[in-house]
Design a protein around this ligand. Structure first.
Ligand code: NAP
Length: 293
């Protein structure tokens, strides 16, 4: 697919947090956008976004904000997409393109289909980039450089709209991949959603004792960094990709059961097998992809 240059006259970012704010900053830095309007709930976050130059102006009224828009980005927690699409259904100008940054794709696409009479100009997207911080103050222009962004168009999606969204993400340094929403949700359940739930669970299990926390060091910090992510965002991701995540939790539980049994029977060979295969798999992954993370 050949990609064109991006020029956006008016971008509306619904959900002016880490992801929406970072895309706005990066597009501004690349000279690809003339005006960015932020939409959100709290006036403090939106005022901070203006102060930091993330957005040019803001509104709490989605319909008013999109009246002359050419690109809309939904960057709200995924379960909030329903209420956003419900308003866009009656307010979106004909030629406007809508995209999103949600961490689950089948749920967001189902949400678009529930409300929009024409889903052809909705291009689902998920940048595989982020931090554990939230809000406009956490946004930075370099976030997407050399990171993957997955688009999950289906047969109804307009090819030109896909090309425009691809060009937008490439303009901020992302490497665009296209796959089905089902594949996206299965893969991301394994490499992102399960590790987040495991990190929340480990911190809760260990955090029952403040005494243990006092002795936690770098390994614990590295393993649990993502447990500092937004609880609201992760509640939505978990509920919106429920079946895939349950499958991955089952797989993790099976692995833990093998380790537990090996410990109970003092089976050092079984432990060595499991630790060696995990080390080999991770080392190969890091040597192949470590410099692209
Ligand atoms: P964030 O920093 O918490 O930003 C979300 C923004 O949405 C907040 O500024 C919040 O503003 C606003 N918001 C929340 N509910 C809203 C609603 N009902 N209507 C309007 N605005 C609302 O979160 P984020 O990390 O940017 O994540 C945004 C999206 O990107 C999520 O769908 C997430 O799954 C996805 N994503 C996140 C990451 C990551 O690592 N963080 C990576 C890739 C994709 P107020 O609180 O002021 O209302």
């Amino acid at each position: 697919m050949s990609v064109q240059m991006t020029h956006i006259k008016h971008l509306v970012v619904i959900g002016t947090g880490l992801i929406g704010g970072s895309l706005a900053l990066a597009l501004k830095r690349a000279g690809c956008v003339e005006r960015v309007t932020g939409v959100g709930r709290s006036v403090e976050n939106l005022k901070e976004a203006v102060r930091l130059g993330v957005i040019d102006d803001f509104s709490h009224d989605i319909a008013a904000a999109v009246s002359d828009v050419d690109m809309v980005l939904l960057a709200v927690p995924v379960a909030a997409c329903d209420q956003v699409f419900a308003v866009l259904a009656t307010s979106l100008p004909d030629k406007a393109i809508v995209t999103d940054a949600g961490s689950t794709k089948q749920s967001v696409m189902a949400s678009a289909e529930r409300y929009l009479s024409d889903v052809s100009r909705f291009v689902p997207a998920h940048p595989i980039a982020g931090t554990e911080h939230s809000g406009a103050a956490a946004a930075f222009a370099e976030l997407f450089e050399n990171k993957k962004c997955i688009l999950t168009p289906n047969e109804q999606t307009d090819t030109k709209a896909v090309m425009q969204v691809q060009a937008m993400w490439e303009a901020v340094g992302a490497r665009v991949k296209i796959m089905s929403a089902a594949e996206h949700d299965d893969v991301l359940a394994a490499v992102s959603h399960l590790p987040h739930l495991a990190a929340f669970a480990i911190v809760n299990a260990v955090g029952k004792s403040d005494h243990a926390f006092r002795f936690a060091a770098g390994g614990f910090r590295d393993f649990t960094r993502i447990a500092s992510s937004s609880p609201e965002m992760w509640r939505d991701i978990a509920l919106c990709n429920q079946q895939s995540i349950v499958d991955k939790i089952d797989a993790l539980q099976e692995e833990l059961t093998v380790l537990r049994n090996a410990l109970n029977t003092h089976d050092g060979d079984a432990l060595l097998d499991k630790f060696t295969s995990a080390k080999q798999a991770r080392d190969i992954w890091m040597s192949k992809y470590g410099d692209k993370l």
